[in-house]
Design a protein around this ligand. Structure first.
Ligand SMILES: [Zn+2]
Length: 307
């Protein structure tokens, strides 16, 4: 039997349209995880982040609009390590989407399998104010971790969309190759900073410091989430002077004033670093986030002239 060419054409279009399933609806808790999911998933995913890049991810309002968004989601990608403990359980419950419950295939804890820094040796109690009870949750701030998270996300997307496994593999490989070539350039740029002592506001830059060889000797927050007392500030001033510390790392979302006051009383200068994708101009995806971080560090480095 001969099929009329027009019918064949209509049939092919129908197959092409049907063969391309709707993108997976993904909700991520942070913009970093959204960016990594997009990098790996490409047009196979439609990703929305809950927290904005400029927002402190420890403290997010559990709004009904987020629950509605999660109700129709195929996948929730979250940070874990209790970063979202104050709000995500409320959203998951409110979404009434059983697929997003921990342990289901629609819930991905992105910290799975990652090396985690500062895991407490004894049990901490949040009532003492520490908001990092399972170790430092800001692990996306090293591209070495991002590289591994991309693989974790790819595996889960492939599980949910086995027909697209080859495309997901390809996209993940391309992203990791781009990231790797950047990583070596960034490492070259940062080579002279190795061993440099800095102060940070929140315990947020440990993964970055670990990667680049910076040494964070003290924090403006006495404990993660706890603002400094005047006594602690005096101690920091003394420390900056005796150890000749020239840089204070401050995340975009924290109160700018304590770091500024420290800088005014010492020779140290403050560098504001975007703490997530979208937190500063030009940091619109995972790789450009590190471009901005490294550029800001570079322009804030003390000049060596005059010894
Ligand atoms: Zn934190």
């Amino acid at each position: 039997m001969k099929i009329h060419p027009i019918i064949l054409a209509i049939f092919s279009v129908a197959v092409a349209v049907q063969g391309h399933a709707d993108p997976l609806r993904v909700v991520s808790t942070t913009t970093d995880l959204a960016a990594l999911t997009e990098a790996v998933g490409g047009d196979l995913v439609d990703v929305q982040a809950i927290a904005r890049g400029t927002q402190d991810p420890h403290f997010v309002d559990a709004r009904p609009s987020f629950m509605r968004r999660m109700r129709g989601a195929d996948l929730l990608v979250y940070n874990g390590l209790e970063l979202e403990i104050g709000w995500l359980p409320l959203l998951v419950d409110g979404s009434r989407n059983r697929q997003l419950q921990a342990g289901e295939s629609g819930a991905l804890n992105a910290s799975t399998g990652l090396p985690i820094l500062e895991i407490p040796t004894m049990e901490l109690d949040r009532s003492h104010g520490d908001i990092h009870p399972e170790g430092n949750p800001h692990y996306t701030l090293s591209p070495l971790q991002g590289r591994q998270i991309a693989g974790t996300i790819a595996t889960r997307l492939q599980h949910l969309r086995p027909d697209d496994a080859a495309q997901i593999d390809r996209q993940c490989e391309q992203f990791v190759a781009r990231l790797d070539s950047q990583i070596s350039q960034w490492e070259q740029l940062a080579e002279p900073w190795r061993g440099m002592k800095v102060i940070a506001h929140h315990k947020q830059w440990e993964y970055l410091a670990d990667w680049l060889g910076l040494e964070i000797v003290a924090y403006i927050e006495e404990k993660p989430g706890i603002p400094p007392t005047p006594r602690h500030v005096r101690d920091l001033v003394r420390l900056i002077e005796t150890q000749e510390i020239s840089l204070i790392l401050r995340s975009t979302f924290v109160d700018a004033r304590p770091a500024q006051r420290l800088a005014e009383r010492t020779m140290a200068r403050v560098v504001e670093l975007p703490a997530a994708v979208g937190a500063a101009d030009g940091s619109n995806d995972y790789i450009s986030l590190f471009h901005v971080i490294l550029r800001r560090l570079e322009t804030s480095m003390p000049t060596t002239e005059g010894g």
